[in-house]
Structure formats: C-alpha cells, structure tokens
Design a protein around this ligand. Structure first.
Ligand SMILES: C[S@@+](CC[C@H](N)C(=O)[O-])C[C@H]1O[C@@H](n2cnc3c(N)ncnc32)[C@H](O)[C@@H]1O
Length: 241
C-alpha cells in the first residue's frame, strides 16, 4: 500500500492534527536561516526567534514519531549544534551524525568552499528501531580491489555520504530552490522504514521525501507553507505510479 499527500500550511499546526506516534520515520529539512530565497518563508530571522520556532516544530514533529521510530534532520553548520542539543533534550538517542559531502558546492575565493551539510540521525528507542542494513549496502573497498575476503553483499555505508547536489539541468530538478537529491532520501527511507509505514516530512519543499517514499511503497505525509511549492509537489506525485 502506498499513498503520498502534501498538506498546505504551517507544519506546527498541521502536525498537531495528526495522531501521536503515527510516523515510523520523520525526515526534516527545515530552512537553515541563512537568507535563502524562498517565495513565502523569510529565511533570515533573529537567532533567538529562529530557535524559538525550532523548539515549536521539533516538539510537533517528535510528537508524531512512533515509539520505535527514527528522526532525520538535515541542517547547515550554523545551527547543527543547537539542533543536536534540542534533540537530545527531547529524549531521542543519536545513532549517527552524518555528513552529506556534496561534490557540487558553491565556489569561494576568500575561504575554503563549503561542500557539506549535516544529517542528524536519531531514534526514539535505542533498543527497538528499524535499520534495514541489507537494503542500503554498497560496494566495499575489498570488492573494488578484488580481495577474495570481500563479502559479496557489500558494506553498510559509513557516515560520510558523497552525493552531488542537483545541477540545474538534472533530470529530477523541479524548480524548487532547495531540492535534495532523491539518492539521499532513498537511503534514509530504505534503511529506517518498512513498506506500508508512514513517513512524515514537515518541510516538503519540492516533495523529494514524498516522491521517494511513494516509489519505495511507503505511505507519506508532507507539509508545505507555500501554495506554489505545494501545487508543484502535487504534480510531482501525480507523475509517480
Ligand atoms: C529546505 S526546503 C525543503 C526542501 C526539501 N527537502 C526538498 O528536497 O525539496 C524548506 C521548505 O520548508 C518550507 N517551510 C518553511 N516554513 C514552513 C512551515 N512552517 N511549515 C511548512 N513548510 C514550511 C519552505 O517553503 C521550503 O519549501
């Protein structure tokens, strides 16, 4: 069973209308508060105001997380530490601090370029959670070098993920200014949820999470503040059988 829906509006309000504990996986890629140009959302707020809002949406997102669920948060350098402190305080347990190394970062001439973002991986119950290792295995160094000791199954990826950002002409590009590659979501959803389970994305954006969840046979629910982005997510989902 697979269905994916994007709701229009503020995620704090919309998530409060969902049953507590309904989502086996929450993936959140909130605005980073770095002045990104969205059509509706103002991405340059005073720090205290941004963090007060972070407390609100984190509480709303953690409320819908299943007792055996996983929570992934994508964030930039500026607020990664603040989010970690908050997720710890909400009683979740960190499994990995993943670095998304993207090979298509903006050029800098007065410092080193930034080629990464952070993906914080938490679970509600460290004794009981889903991790489908076999669903995300990759070719190992031993396999690559022809070492006879190599496991034919490959290895579970480490915590640095090298995945290019989407260039403007990528086939999966939708026009949203801040779209994540499907490859990132495919790994997260395959590892941390099972077919038929509900995946929630409070900040749907271009709908990457919902699109990948639908392709992988999960149910998916997203929230998006912008009517134009929301409409585009609907179109994207219609194109997936
Ligand atoms: C970083 S983007 C998400 C991109 C998404 N991961 C993707 O791959 O397309 C953040 C999105 O959150 C939306 N947004 C901002 N505040 C919101 C809120 N309170 N509720 C729902 N959506 C919000 C913005 O309009 C923007 O589209």
């Amino acid at each position: 069973m697979s269905d994916a829906t994007c709701l229009l509006g503020d995620c704090v309000r919309l998530l409060s209308q969902q049953p507590a504990g309904c989502a086996h996986l929450v993936f959140a890629d909130p605005p980073f508060n770095i002045g990104y140009k969205y059509d509706r959302y103002d991405d340059r707020k005073p720090k205290a105001k941004y963090l007060a809002w972070a407390d609100e949406w984190l509480a709303a997102a953690v409320r819908v997380l299943h007792p055996h669920g996983a929570f992934f948060l994508a964030i930039g350098d500026e607020y990664a530490a603040e989010y970690k402190v908050r997720l710890d305080a909400l009683g979740l347990t960190m499994r990995n601090w993943i670095v998304w190394h993207y090979t298509f970062g903006p050029h800098q001439s007065r410092k080193f370029g930034r080629d990464h973002a952070h993906i914080l991986y938490y679970v509600r119950d460290p004794e009981c959670f889903t991790f489908n290792a076999d669903a995300v295995r990759i070719e190992s160094e031993r396999q690559r070098s022809g070492d006879r000791r190599a496991s034919p199954k490959g290895r579970v990826p480490g915590d640095v993920w090298s995945v290019p950002r989407l260039p403007g002409n990528a086939r999966e590009r939708t026009g949203h200014p801040c779209q994540m590659p499907e490859a990132i979501l495919a790994r997260i959803i395959a590892a941390a949820s099972n077919p038929g389970e509900l995946v929630i994305d409070p900040f749907a954006g271009s709908g990457t999470t919902l699109a990948v969840a639908k392709k992988l046979g999960r149910r998916a629910l997203g929230c998006e503040l912008s009517p134009d982005y929301h409409r585009a997510v609907g179109e994207r989902l219609k194109g997936i059988a």
